[in-house]
Design a binder for this molecule. Sequence first.
Ligand code: G3D
Ligand code: MG
Length: 196
Amino acid sequence: MSSDNQSEYFLKIALLGDGAVGKTSLRNRFMGRGFNTSHLMTIGADFASYVKPIDGKNVTYQIWDLAGQQTFKNVRARFYRGALGGLMLFDITRKSSFMNVTSWIEEIWRNSGRGPGVPIILLGNKSDLRDKDSVSNKMGVQYAEALSRKTIKKGFKIHYMETSAKTGLNVNEAFETIGKQIIELLQSGRLSLDKK
Ligand code: G3D
Ligand code: MG
């Protein structure tokens, strides 16, 4: 690229997960807006762009966010179309949000038009609130391993990380990991931009 401020990659990344698992908080934390306990619920679907270098290349993250409780069906097609990756969040203190992970992943794989070729990272958020009833790290790791059996043929594994939008734990790492994974898949031709 000739111009310094031009991005070499535009990565559309969808935030997935039940309402209140921390999607908007995670995005705000990544974008340097800190942790806000009083922000308004996201209305429908929206996206925010954020430029961050990965291995010396300018990468524009287009982070799509959805209000889980909204009239999801109406925005679904637009939300997933062209998504190159997903950050799949659940709340470690709420098992039901962990149980719903499968249906979210099926949603993105079905609606993005790329099947299990869309890389996803599984994130157990609110790790700062861990107690004895929480979804354990081991359960997260095992689930990611089970999912990886479906994606390994497409050339990638699904990673599991525990995050906290409150303390910032692993927030940058989560975005960097998915960014690197997508770029590797694009460079090797296993993920293409034209499939919508
Ligand atoms: P959503 O976008 O997935 O619907 P939000 O979720 O980002 O709106 O977060 C829902 C609530 O969880 C918010 O609390 C937010 O502050 C809180 N939250 C998000 N991430 C974390 C985290 O990592 N740790 C803790 N302790 N809380 C978190 P309120 O009270 O504003 O509803
Ligand atoms: Mg939200």
